[in-house]
Write a protein that binds this ligand. Structure first.
Ligand code: NG1
Ligand code: MG
Length: 523
């Protein structure tokens, strides 16, 4: 088996726009020089991502379909033998300089979760890099007794923060890669970098799934990615069917400019979803009398585990052929039918579970229930919407497989591209309805952006990533692009933000191509 390594490039031709990035990297090096009076040794970069299909299912271990995009985080890095790490950012207004001392004895640096700072996210990357070095190259830190190298870093990021394009994962992965490279690791594999960064944000208390880090690491030019979490974490690149000689499929991303601050809203939004789905998995396991592995970081079962256990054998999904999709599709359809049964969720439970009801259903007293589900990550809620979340997860996972089966079908014959666009668009729109009504991670403004787009050249529009703000991804073609951009500008942006400048608009609405994944750059 070949393990693909994180590439090191000596030029910027992996970008779709190398010239403007040349200017950008030069400016970054200049800024670094101003900050530290030196030249950087290297650049470590990792891109943002847009998810095309499958939201709020990665932490349930169901496969997702994202792609890495051009916007990214670049770290200009210099190592030294000090015991100090200094991080600066070209955006010094929002990200002021931070300094931390490395513990002399080589022990881990710590994070104060209560005091929010961008440095905490850097530390997330640092901690997982440190653990990796201890496990794989303890000699580099005198068998664990010495700190890692001192570092001077200036970051430059073009992924909008809170825009649903995974700025946090791009930042954490770039940080991890910077720390690894600075400490002499120049051969980390994509698989290892993904595996270690997937848990990095847990150190700031966000119970993330693995889609973003995997998409950022595995990105490929012109390719979207199928990401599997089971039987193991894996990113498989794939292309889209051709449309015609003079028209091309493309995804437009429009940032709603409603910031989704995950670290603040996690208890009522993101973490609550993770917890609700974990409780739902355990309830289903009990009702179905199955015993799936307790494999999520809450040490509960997962909805994917429920599916696999219910259908007994875990189907290998290393490669994707039509049969595999069909098995998954059949299973998910059966599960969607099953959860309508009153023996699984009563009419009252379909409205929502109280803690009392959920605990009783699981055969626990309320204290046991609190300890098992409500203490590892802070959550706040009135009712637990277990039926709605379960239905979203199974249906959304089914849609991922339906997309794959569609790609497969049209790969073989791309005779009717219009039919492909309509079918793919329809699945995206169904996903949006589910995100809105079952997962409750959309909102009125986001729905409005979708409906403007669908009337103006989008085949399918959906919230991408966590939601509750952030960005919408639209399926369109190059011929339709201008019409779509104009409509979004006049009907959404100019209405919501009358003062918006052309520059801000250009940043908010991007036609982003599938881009290269994490890499080190030596210039
Ligand atoms: P965002 O917040 O859009 O970066 C989050 C999670 C993903 C996934 C999506 C929803 C992080 C870093 N990422 O993405 O793992 O669960 O929500 O599909 O929190
Ligand atoms: Mg994020």
């Amino acid at each position: 088996m070949t393990t693909s390594l994180i590439p090191t490039y000596k030029d910027l031709s992996f970008y779709s726009n190398p010239e403007s990035n040349e200017i950008r990297y030069n400016q970054l090096a200049e800024e670094f020089n101003k900050n530290f009076n030196a030249k950087p040794d290297f650049f470590a970069r990792s891109p943002g991502r847009v998810n095309l299909m499958g939201d709020h299912i990665d932490y349930n271990f169901f496969s997702v379909l994202p792609m890495a995009i051009d916007v990214d985080v670049v770290a200009a890095v210099k190592r030294d033998d000090s015991r100090t790490v200094i991080i600066t950012n070209t955006d010094s207004v929002n990200f002021a300089k931070e300094t931390f001392e490395l513990p002399q004895d080589g022990s881990e640096i710590t994070i104060d979760q209560e005091a929010f700072s961008w440095g905490n996210y850097f530390k997330c990357g640092f901690i997982v890099a440190h653990k990796y070095i201890l496990e794989n190259r303890p000699d580099l830190v005198s068998d664990g007794s010495k700190p890692l190298k001192g570092l001077k870093i200036t970051f430059n990021g073009t992924v909008p923060t809170g825009g649903g394009l995974s700025s946090s994962a791009a930042f954490c992965v770039a940080s991890t890669l910077a720390v690894l490279r600075a400490n002499g690791i120049d051969n980390v594999s994509k698989a290892d970098l993904t595996r270690i960064t997937v848990v990095s944000e847990h150190y700031v208390g966000v119970n993330t799934g693995g889609m973003d880090q995997c998409a950022s690491v595995y990105g490929e030019v012109s390719k979207a990615l199928l990401i599997h979490f089971k039987p193991k974490l894996l990113g498989i690149p794939f292309g889209f069917p051709k449309i015609s000689k003079d028209d091309e499929l493309t995804f437009l991303i429009s940032n709603s400019l409603q910031k989704a601050n995950k670290h603040e809203t996690a208890p009522i939004h993101y973490n609550l979803r993770v917890v609700e789905m974990a409780i739902a998995s355990d309830i289903l396991s009990k009702k179905l009398n199955i015993n799936p592995p307790r494999d999520s970081n809450l040490s509960t079962s997962s909805l994917r585990g429920v599916m696999d256990a219910y259908f007994t054998e875990i189907k290998k999904q290393d490669k994707w052929d039509a049969d595999d999709f069909q098995t998954g599709i059949d299973r998910l359809r059966a599960l969607l039918e099953l959860i309508e049964d009153k023996a699984i969720f009563t009419d009252e439970q379909k409205i929502g579970f109280t803690v009392e009801d959920a605990a009783k259903t699981l055969g626990l007293d309320e204290t046991e229930f609190q300890t098992a589900y409500l203490t590892k990550f802070p959550v706040r809620f009135e009712l637990l919407k277990l039926y709605q979340r379960t239905k979203h997860v199974f249906a959304e996972s089914l849609r991922v497989l339906e997309c794959l089966s569609l790609f497969h079908q049209f790969k073989q014959s791309s005779e009717n591209p219009q039919q492909f666009l309509e079918a793919f668009g329809k699945i995206m729109n169904e996903s949006q309805v589910s995100l809105d009504t079952l997962n409750n991670s959309s909102n009125e403004k986001l729905n409005e952006i979708c409906s403007i787009a669908l009337k103006n050249g989008s085949y399918g529009s959906r919230v991408t990533g966590a939601g509750w703000g952030g960005s919408i991804v639209h399926l369109t073609t190059t011929k339709n692009l201008q019409k779509l951009v104009n409509a979004l500008t006049t009907e959404y942006y100019k209405v919501e933000f009358p003062e918006i400048s052309q520059e801000e608009l250009n940043e908010a609405i991007v036609d982003s191509k599938p881009a290269a994944g994490s890499c080190v750059v030596l210039l």
